[in-house]
Design a protein around this ligand. Structure first.
Ligand code: F6R
Length: 254
């Protein structure tokens, strides 16, 4: 695991977008895993700009990392609608290139199996972009006594629900009206640890002071399933892109 510090969050997003451009240059048919959340918004905006200046996304295969179980289709907090807003509406990625988990499936376990099959058939990730929860989750692999290899249904921790059930993921976007009183899903479907670990390259993005504590633990602490991101210490090619605020507690490294 290598930590790269940037003076501002914008530079984290820009650098991550440039890594995608480099991957497309080397492997136009690359398989990407892409996250949602507040952190990657700049990254997607930068990818939109790169597309405007000619970057072609048309041969990639793209997998989302996770999705809430049972969230209504019209809820702007579904990860599918996030991706439409922030990414797919800005680049040339056709429907055939996109893979996602269906929030409204009546059988989440079977849906996870289907997704795992699609991932395996695609040959795994060439480049996987991750965010990190303040409790150390990656995708929605939550802290606990064990982790799960394959795509699976995960019970969301209270911390994760609180962090996501707020509409604040998009709080500055006044065009979004997130229904505050609706019941937030308690479970999500998520890719498992095997897909994360077999990714050829992992980029983990973290920005802002709220991520400082978890980044310090991930980089300098023990490897433990109680902080799933700490396992990335032993990934063969994992780059952690952070701004100064998120890197504030890190002791080791450059
Ligand atoms: C979302 C995902 C999560 C987020 C994490 C950080 O697809 O996989 O692991 O990356 O919860 O979210 P933000 O960026 O909103 O702090």
């Amino acid at each position: 695991m290598r930590l790269v510090r940037f003076s501002e969050a914008t530079h984290v997003g820009r650098h991550a977008a440039e890594s995608i451009a480099k991957t497309i240059g080397e492997r136009p048919r690359a398989v990407l895993g892409l996250p949602t959340g507040a952190t990657p918004e700049i990254f997607y905006a930068e990818l939109g700009k790169l597309h405007d200046s000619g970057l072609d996304f048309s041969r990639l295969t793209i997998f989302m990392l996770d999705e809430y179980v049972g969230m209504e289709k019209d809820n702007p907090l579904t990860f599918a609608s996030y991706m439409d807003r922030h990414f797919y509406s800005k680049v040339n990625v056709s429907r055939q290139q996109r893979h996602s988990l269906n929030a409204l499936t009546t059988n989440p376990q079977a849906e996870c199996k289907r997704y795992e099959r699609e991932l395996t058939e695609a040959g795994g990730f060439d480049l996987l972009v991750l965010g990190i929860g303040s409790n150390g989750h990656i995708a929605f692999n939550e802290p606990g006594p064990f982790l799960t290899l394959e795509t699976h249904v995960e019970k969301l921790s209270e911390e994760t629900i609180k962090a996501n059930d707020r509409g604040t993921v998009e709080k500055d976007n006044s065009s979004l009206s997130v229904p505050a009183a609706k019941t937030f899903p308690t479970h999500a479907m998520t890719i498992g640890i095997e897909a994360i670990f077999s990714a050829r390259t992992v980029l983990l993005l973290a920005t802002g002071a709220t991520k400082a504590e978890v980044i310090a633990k991930m980089v300098d602490g023990h490897i433990t399933t109680q902080l799933p991101a700490s396992l990335l210490q032993i990934h063969h090619d994992c780059l952690v892109l952070v701004d100064e605020a998120a890197a504030a507690g890190v002791r080791s490294g450059p």
